[in-house]
Design a protein. Structure first.
Length: 437
């Protein structure tokens, strides 16, 4: 245990160093804006991410250090899985390989440097899984309480934690342990879970259940249908997990891992089915990834495969790092270069006053990097948290707007007869507009 704890501590130190060097992505900056207005929940997501960023406010002087509380919580994932491997009586040598392989994987490794709702979801999903396994082995009040609290905290992180419940029932039915379902402790799980998810329920009850409606429509409703959605989802997940990992997990015959299979394939299958209704973002089934890796490494795995996977991801990181160091942003995906670009725009907040942004991503990034309030222009993009602040409609007779050239202006600007003038062109087809009555 001491050896693994030392490795865990060292990698935590390295992750904190890396997290402090990377600028906040637009979504993180958006959640940081939430944290300036503490609430029980928010329109887009539950509150856990904003609460973790609120804890980091004392580190605001260090810019990206504000994400440290989340990074520390996220790194507990590897401690939780140490105990899961112990609970399943899997050799610690296998855990060591799992430890380094998941740390180097893009969504579990690099992804846990970023404070998004996926990070606490991963932690509390895995913690729920640990308490579930412990309860099956020895039913008790403390494990039932631990399971309920973990599920409640998971619900404060991301609503996808609700998938844990049907997957648990299916897992017990499939493995013929349904008779050990915690009927006698069900009230403990239910009450503790309800208490810990109460902030979200209370907020939604006061806000027309808007957060639930938004997430449901966001994930399951889309006009029309495209065969591209399920195809992109399927091959995207294979690439994210890596083909060798997926193949080894599929071939797993280890009886000790049967209890985990529904938690590996369940979220992936669920989102494959929803991809026939609407596009699915690559990170949505992230809670399945630790279990898929565990299945792979207890299946037909070998050191040759291990080094192939490590080599591929390290080469990718090296290439991206090289592009960032030498400012070759144009050669990498926009989501990678976007935080650096938005940070370079932050001095504009002092030059153009008042400055508005066309969407929440740009407004949040400018606000975070400049520490000066920058609001999203009313109806500039979809309804979001900024629209709840009532600052999107300018009270002045003249204001400035930063946007990409192709992005349409809100209809009310044209209807109310505002005059528009371009005042500065910016990189990547962004520009500053002066808008006057």
């Amino acid at each position: 245990m001491n050896t693994y704890f030392k490795a865990w501590s060292l990698t935590l130190f390295l992750k904190l160093a890396l997290a402090s060097a990377l600028p906040l992505i637009a979504d993180e900056a958006y959640y940081w804006v939430w944290s300036l207005f503490p609430q029980f929940s928010y329109f887009d997501h539950p509150p856990m991410t904003a609460w973790l960023l609120y804890l980091g406010h004392f580190l605001d002087w260090g810019q990206s250090l504000v994400r440290w509380p989340g990074v520390i919580l996220g790194h507990s994932l590897w401690l939780i899985w140490f105990f899961i491997f112990q609970q399943l009586k899997i050799e610690m040598e296998t855990y060591k390989v799992w430890f380094y392989l998941t740390l180097i994987s893009p969504f579990l490794g690099f992804g846990t440097l970023l404070l998004t709702p996926d990070l606490p979801l991963l932690v509390f999903w895995s913690l729920s899984l640990l308490f579930y396994l412990k309860y099956l082995e020895r039913p008790s009040v403390k494990y039932a309480l631990g399971l309920g609290v973990s599920l409640g905290l998971g619900f404060l992180s991301k609503y996808l934690i609700v998938l844990f419940l049907p997957l648990t029932l299916y897992s017990m039915w499939r493995n013929k342990v349904l008779h050990r379902f915690p009927w006698k402790h069900l009230h403990i799980i239910g009450i503790s879970g309800f208490i810990f998810c109460l902030p979200v329920l209370y907020w939604n009850s006061k806000n027309q259940w808007s957060s639930f409606h938004f997430q449901f429509n966001h994930g399951l409703k889309q006009a029309g249908f495209s065969w591209q959605w399920p195809v992109e989802y399927f091959f995207g997940q294979v690439l994210i997990l890596f083909p060798l990992v997926v193949w080894a997990a599929v071939k797993n015959k280890d009886p000790r891992m049967k209890i985990l299979k529904s938690f590996a394939w369940g979220p992936l299958i669920f989102f494959f089915l929803t991809s026939f209704r609407a596009p699915v973002e690559g990170n949505w089934p992230i809670m399945a990834y630790p279990t898929v890796y565990a299945l792979a490494l207890t299946g037909s795995w070998s050191w040759r495969k291990h080094f192939l996977v490590l080599g591929f991801w390290l080469s990718l990181y090296f290439t991206l790092g090289f592009a960032m160091i030498f400012s070759a942003h144009q050669f990498v995906h926009g989501k990678v270069s976007e935080p650096f670009l938005y940070r370079s725009f932050s001095p504009l907040v002092e030059v153009y006053r008042p400055l508005y942004a066309i969407n929440y991503q740009l407004a949040s990034s400018l606000w975070f990097n400049s520490r000066k309030p920058v609001y999203k222009l009313k109806d500039g993009s979809r309804y979001d948290f900024f629209d709840t602040l009532d600052h999107g409609y300018p009270s002045e007779n003249s204001f400035f707007l930063i946007k990409q050239r192709h992005h349409d202006l809100p209809e009310w600007i044209l209807k109310e007869g505002w005059k528009i003038k371009e005042v500065e062109n910016l990189p990547h087809d962004y520009l500053i507009l002066e808008v006057k009555k």
